[in-house]
Design a protein around this ligand. Structure first.
Ligand SMILES: Cc1cc2nc3c(=O)[nH]c(=O)nc-3n(C[C@H](O)[C@H](O)[C@H](O)COP(=O)(O)OP(=O)(O)OC[C@H]3O[C@@H](n4cnc5c(N)ncnc54)[C@H](O)[C@@H]3O)c2cc1C
Length: 303
């Protein structure tokens, strides 16, 4: 029986594991990789070395701290979680895709989110080479560059508003049109912003780095727009299926947590992007992972 099982090896899960090990808990980390989405990095022509935090650096530092992690880690995917009533506390069983099962007193879910893809040619190839799914992370890198944002909701409007402060041009392509929103009113008529409602991006062009997008109008005509940055802002899918029915999720499927990363079910904690906490950022996920580990430790003191 483990004290804590952590599911997910991104910044939140790795930090939680480091804290649990420091507290000398019996801990198991289940993840197919180490680093999660901190392994992504944005490369831009003429801008190498400007990004002040890289995923590789952070993961390397975690690895250095976690010298015992190899003994407390399974490479694989968790497939199912079951809760069992005990005398006063529940215990949990985690089943892996390989068919193994592990028992624990407490769980930390740190499985992150998947950005919704644009499903256009060359998307995979240009990810991190001008194509981003996170204006929060990358907008400042596009200082005085021509950019496009793709999306029809609040996230796309927010990203366009952030880019409009730094980029020389922002083309907001909203396939489904835009809601009546204060940011839409602010962006409309702004000198460096073009809004294309009901238009669709059909291709991202790039030879090493993004250099243009093709956009189709509602009437069916195509135009090529030169840009060096494309922000896919269709939204995220939180990877919370494992705890569906076990803990409270919000309307978008994020795990609802309190200020100590506790979910609605005692013994299950969550951290990082999969939760309803503010902003998807490596440093925020790291801090939340530390908090979840300390909260799990406090929970176990009463066990
Ligand atoms: C393209 C891109 C670029 C980004 N750039 C930056 C940046 O420059 N700066 C910045 O601060 N933030 C950036 N972000 C955001 C940042 O990467 C995330 O906020 C951060 O990685 C979240 O950490 P996390 O641990 O919550 O989740 P993740 O990093 O998503 O890690 C989730 C982990 O859970 C694992 N997992 C998922 N499901 C299962 C399962 N069923 N069983 C076991 N393991 C599972 C995954 O394999 C992974 O190890 C970027 C995000 C993206 C998508």
């Amino acid at each position: 029986m483990y004290d804590v099982i952590i599911i997910g090896g991104g910044p939140a899960g790795l930090t939680a594991a480091a804290y649990c090990l420091r507290k000398r808990l019996e801990v198991l980390l289940i993840a197919p990789d180490l680093g999660g989405k901190a392994n992504y990095r944005m490369h831009l022509a003429g801008l190498e070395g400007f990004e002040h935090i890289t995923g590789e650096e952070i993961v390397r530092k975690f690895r250095g701290q976690l010298q015992y992690l190899d003994f407390a880690r399974i490479r694989g995917m968790a497939a199912k979680i079951e809760a069992h009533a005990d005398e006063s506390f529940e215990t949990f069983t985690v089943f892996t895709e390989e068919g193994n099962r592990y028992h624990t007193r407490a769980l930390i879910l740190a499985t992150g989110v998947m950005p919704l893809r644009l499903h256009v040619p060359d998307e995979e190839m240009l990810l991190g080479r001008g194509l981003s799914y996170s204006a929060v992370s990358h907008a400042p890198l596009f200082w005085e560059r021509e950019t496009a944002v793709v999306g029809s909701g609040d996230l796309a409007l927010r990203s366009a508003a952030e880019l409009a402060l730094v980029a020389s041009r922002v083309v907001l392509v909203a396939p489904e049109g835009l809601p009546d929103h204060p940011l839409k009113r602010k962006l409309t008529g702004q000198q460096n912003v073009t809004i294309l409602e009901k238009h669709h991006v059909t291709h991202i062009h790039g030879n090493g780095y993004v250099h243009a997008i093709s956009v189709r109008s509602p009437e069916g005509s195509e135009q090529e727009i030169p840009v060096s940055g494309v922000f896919g802002e269709l939204g995220f899918r939180p990877l919370s299926d494992l705890v569906q029915g076990l803990v409270e999720l919000n309307a978008e499927g994020y795990v609802v947590i309190d200020d100590r990363c506790r979910t609605s079910r005692p013994g299950i904690f969550a951290a990082g992007d999969v939760t309803d906490t503010y902003a998807e950022q490596v440093l925020i996920a790291t801090g939340e992972g530390a908090k979840a580990a300390l909260a799990a430790y406090d929970y176990l003191l009463y066990y």
